[in-house]
Design a protein around this ligand. Structure first.
Ligand code: HEM
Length: 406
């Protein structure tokens, strides 16, 4: 129970303090220097690149977070999606959808992504202002994942609200998880279930060329997936497929506007967009952390890890490890990509949608650099989401002098 927990140490309180959302990196630097670090019984924090990279690939680290001694909200197996499963169950579910995110399949979506993004820029920027989050960063990935799954985009407001409520529960078990957050998440999950059950029924009766129909038809050892398996997979894909990408778009636009010399390089050569995406992923990770639960006794450096311990991986800190990235706080789109960031995690749970996210955001940034005339940050136009883990602007207002035709 949370009430029995020892007080949260200062460094952790500093990290979770909403006042530090704008720039959590000084706190993350301190935590990385102390890593591996046991701030509380049952919790081990890792922030160095080499430690995170090795432990994320270690089969002794389980993704079943409800096994944790610290876990405030144990969840039953029926609500677990494959992000929370270990092999062999994880392998079974991931295999069913992996084809939809294969390189060739994702590349074939480029013209459609280009079309959606161009429309969004043109309709919003005609007015002389662009609220990057609402006008571009949300609708682009949400529309793409809705089309892939076969979910009507007209329902986007509902989906967006439910998804945002679920995303708040992705913050790690540090400090207090407000009762409001867990109640809203439970309500959102129930609504998602009802919503998807209806769609699944429709697709079972009249299949289309979409992922929901595919999931209703796949057979494994002569067995079909039941509705619950399909619902949890759809909720995972819908949620993971846009909440994260929204933040990558917001973080990228902000980094470019704050570093005009880097923005000029992109403007001079829009083919650099994929390099910008990689550097933003490193410099300002949209998913700042993840957790695992230790299955057995082990050791990271001189710190002992016990079964049931939560291991917290500070991906955003690892991405700024000076042992790997010289001058890590500098935003430089020309960095050698040789040392890879951990923003899409590593090992068995490496992000399934990494290729799709990279493509969507590279297209958005290429258009951002070519279509908009003199984009600039409106003073006072930036606020951050309250989430600690899914990091990005809540509102990012820019002024433009016009929009070129695509
Ligand atoms: C910038 C955008 C994105 C970021 C930063 C991101 C980040 C991540 C991270 C860090 C994980 C692993 C968490 C862990 O190891 O515990 C993950 C897993 C996952 N992501 Fe993404 N993601 C992004 C976009 C997407 C997109 C577009 C999709 C598409 C549907 C997607 C689907 C998934 C799925 C299904 C998993 C679970 C994989 C598994 O457990 O095997 N993500 N993502």
């Amino acid at each position: 129970m949370q009430a029995d927990r020892p007080p949260v140490p200062e460094e952790i309180a500093e990290l979770t303090d909403p006042g530090n959302r704008e720039d959590p990196y000084p706190c993350l630097d301190k935590l990385r220097e102390r890593s591996p670090y046991r701030p509380l019984p049952g919790l081990v924090v890792l922030g160095r690149h080499a430690q995170c990279s090795a432990a994320l690939r270690d089969p002794a680290m389980s993704a079943a977070r409800d096994r944790a001694n610290l876990s405030p909200t144990p969840r039953g197996p029926r609500t677990r999606n494959f992000l929370h499963l270990d092999p062999p169950e994880h392998t079974r579910y991931r295999r069913l959808v992996v084809g939809a995110f294969a390189r060739r399949k994702v590349d074939s979506l480029a013209p459609r992504i280009h079309e959606i993004a161009t429309d969004l820029f043109q309709s919003a920027a005609d007015s002389g202002t662009l609220e990057v989050v609402d006008d571009l960063a949300y609708p682009l990935p949400l529309r793409v994942i809705c089309e892939l799954l076969g979910v009507p985009f007209e329902d986007r407001r509902l989906l967006q609200d439910w998804s945002a409520a679920l995303s708040e529960t992705l913050d790690p078990p540090l400090g207090q998880t407000a009762a409001r957050v867990t109640t809203e998440a439970a309500r959102a999950r129930a609504r998602f279930v009802g919503y998807f059950q209806k769609l699944i029924k429709e697709r079972r009766n009249a299949p289309r060329d979409d992922l929901i129909s595919h999931l209703t038809q796949v057979e494994e050892n002569g067995q079909r997936l039941d509705d619950n398996d399909i619902v949890v997979t759809c909720v995972l894909l819908l949620n993971a497929g846009h909440e994260t990408t929204v933040n990558l778009i917001g973080n990228a636009v902000l980094a470019l506007l704050r570093h005009p010399e880097q923005f000029d390089r992109l403007r001079a050569d829009p083919a650099l967009a994929p390099a910008v995406v990689e550097e933003v992923l490193r410099y300002d990770a949209p998913v700042q952390m993840t957790t695992r639960v230790a299955r057995e006794h082990g050791r990271v450096g001189d710190t002992e890890v016990h079964p049931g311990d939560t291991v917290l991986f500070l991906l955003g800190a690892a991405n700024r490890d000076p042992e790997v990235y010289p001058d890590p706080g500098r935003f430089d789109i020309g960095r050698s990509p040789a040392a890879s960031h951990l923003s899409f995690s590593a090992g068995t749970h490496f992000c399934l949608g990494a290729g799709l996210a990279r493509l969507e955001v590279a297209i958005a940034l290429e258009l951002f650099s070519t279509l908009l005339v003199q984009p600039r940050l409106r003073p006072g136009g930036l606020t951050y989401k309250r989430n600690l883990n899914l990091r990005g602007p809540e509102r990012l207002l820019i002024d433009v002098d016009g929009v070129r035709s695509g």
